[in-house]
Design a protein around this ligand. Sequence first.
Ligand SMILES: Cc1cc2nc3c(=O)[nH]c(=O)nc-3n(C[C@H](O)[C@H](O)[C@H](O)COP(=O)(O)OP(=O)(O)OC[C@H]3O[C@@H](n4cnc5c(N)ncnc54)[C@H](O)[C@@H]3O)c2cc1C
Length: 310
Amino acid sequence: MTDATSAALPNPPAALGLERNVSLARHTYLRIGGPAAYFATPPDIDTFVRIWAWARSHEIPLRIIGGGSNMLVADEGVRAVVVSLRRACGSFEFRGSEVHAGASVMLPALAKAAAERGLGGLEFAIGIPGDIGGAMQTNAGIGDGRSIGDLVTGVEVLRNGVLVALTRAQVTFDYRHTSLRAARELVLGATLALTPRPREEIEAEMRRLLSIRQATQPTAEPNAGSVFRNPPGDSAGRMIEAVGGKEVAAGCVHVSTLHANFIVHDGHGTAAQYVGVMTEVQRRVLATYGVRLIPEIEWWGDGPPPEVFQ
Ligand SMILES: Cc1cc2nc3c(=O)[nH]c(=O)nc-3n(C[C@H](O)[C@H](O)[C@H](O)COP(=O)(O)OP(=O)(O)OC[C@H]3O[C@@H](n4cnc5c(N)ncnc54)[C@H](O)[C@@H]3O)c2cc1C
């Protein structure tokens, strides 16, 4: 988003609570990225619908940000209305062994709340720093095959300004992809079916999973989780390491020495540097294995995405 395009943007009604030029770096796990032309945290779904209608009437794209843990935002930012549903869809409710969770309920918080009630199924989610809405885009899960899609019984979306309840049969969950993402649905919440399990067992498993992450992932440096998807039958991290990927760096951004599918920075990295490191990693793996790694993280920017994302 250039200053020129930013200046040409309309002024929204004050009642919508839209802020102008809000840095997305502070809303993303990676801590990289320029401003959103507009940013809102609506107090309720009615206000969200009015924001959606205003954005549409001015032909300005609307994007929801969840935990901000699966994206790389352009240094120039985005000419978009970026909405956090933290206030509008931030609560959950248990009904027997089911839980209905708003889109912005964070997975680790929900996993802990389920554990307190002796409900298992979400143990795998304890270390995934995304929310329910984000998880519905990527079918968040872990390497042993467990993923959120296994638990979902229904999803609510805002479609053309109207709340629509989808049954499980109407949604497809694949490896790090869902039909909700393909259809660009705006997710408001989901219902998950959990399974009674002793709390101590659930908590022991969550501790075990967290200690594996602690030992294998660069938890202290800003990162975006696994950068590339695993190609069928192989691991992106293994391939990147095998082609000397751990040496790849650009400015303050470099491949993690702990896990080759993580790209980290020292707090001062830029999106341009991050794209540079991704591009070199992708080039090396393609040259050696003939496999073009596909990013798992999403590019947020105006215009065509950098080639590494295409
Ligand atoms: C340290 C670390 C570890 C990770 N480990 C894992 C892991 O083990 N397994 C795994 O699967 N992932 C992992 N991830 C990636 C990430 O946490 C998941 O993909 C997560 O599901 C993304 O959720 P989010 O809320 O952060 O999404 P965001 O990054 O906020 O958004 C991602 C995309 O989803 C869209 N979106 C978000 N909310 C909504 C909504 N309500 N409606 C419509 N669209 C929406 C956004 O517009 C964006 O396009 C990890 C990331 C990090 C940083």
